[in-house]
Design a protein around this ligand. Sequence first.
Ligand code: NAD
Ligand code: DAU
Length: 335
Amino acid sequence: MKLLITGGAGFIGSNFVHHVNKNYPEYDIVNLDLLTYAGNLENLKSIEKNPHYKFIKGDICNKKLVNDLVKDCHIVIHFAAESHVDRSILDSAAFIHTNIVGTHNLLEAAKNNGNKRFHHVSTDEVYGSLGPDDPAFHESTPYDPRSPYSASKAASDHLVRSYYHTHNLPITISNCSNNYGPHHFPEKIIPLFITNLIEGKKVPLYGDGLNIRDWLYVEDHCHAIDKIIHHGKIGETYCVGGGCELTNKELTYKILNQLGSGEEMIEFVTDRPGHDRRYAIDFSKIKTELGWKPSVTFDEGLAKTIQWYRENENWWKNIKSGEYQKYYSQNYGKR
Ligand code: NAD
Ligand code: DAU
């Protein structure tokens, strides 16, 4: 089995590369990643010399490269994306390019090379924003994206589904809630707050701090994708969630408590424009059909995550200082 993983140098993609290598050591993995600001080969150091693993630096929008790589694989597992909502508010061009044009390019290559199996990793944000008493998002919830990021992911989901209906491309899609864990880029709330507090800096809480997110430990997300690519029904979408809704304020207090910091470290700042109020996921379909459910409780996952950030200060200090982007040119660039 040969997997083409896109975006495998990012947060979830790199955790998934390690998940596959640990659980299916005989699988060949090709990791196609452009190494944008969010891609970091430090995430893959322990696997880089493994004969079953190959890293290719490249853009999913590069037609020839993508066609050659897709031709040579059995399944595409597509993580590569611009993923940060705040960046999409400041400048959305890269989101349209990578998330929509890049996904289309991969779909074309999959279609033109004998209809390759294609799994698309997407987000719960495509469903919009819930009120306090609304039922959780599920596979039939109408799409209602509200940020340039989620609109670009919604467009990519529609394209993926259209290739199933029009071209019989054997696709599956997963729409997952907020992940956290090792390798999470410290622009997102959990790693930003952990690393700020370790550095003795305050944490910026947007608006009234009462927006709600549903949290899932990244390894649980990797298990869900594993189930879907091996046992999922072709053409289907699976909603994946942690069953763990927290307001950002509750989340911040949990981080403060685990790090022994006080509430004076919270700084309320101007809200994110168009800030979705609440996400929640009904994951009963994947639970019933594929036997998946989250296995790591939030307090346990947060403790493991904090421990990882404490033990890997170089990793995030290099990111915060910009040093991490030198790794590729020093280790691969000359080849
Ligand atoms: P990330 O930003 O950490 O990583 C994205 C990776 O994609 C990086 O390694 C980057 O270099 C690569 N990339 C970006 N543009 C590329 C291009 N044009 N060609 C090749 N590679 C490119 O993102 P993440 O948080 O790991 O998210 C991975 C996927 O999961 C995304 O599709 C995202 O929408 C989805 N998702 C994320 C979450 C979450 O909580 N982080 C939740 C649900 C779904
Ligand atoms: O729901 C899945 C999505 O989760 C993924 O599709 C995205 O790729 C991922 O980035 C994440 O999006 P969010 O916008 O929910 O994550 P973020 O960590 O940016 O913000 C989480 C919440 O915390 C949100 O309500 C905004 C708030 N926040 C965020 C930051 C960075 C703050 O209050 N302060 C901050 O500094």
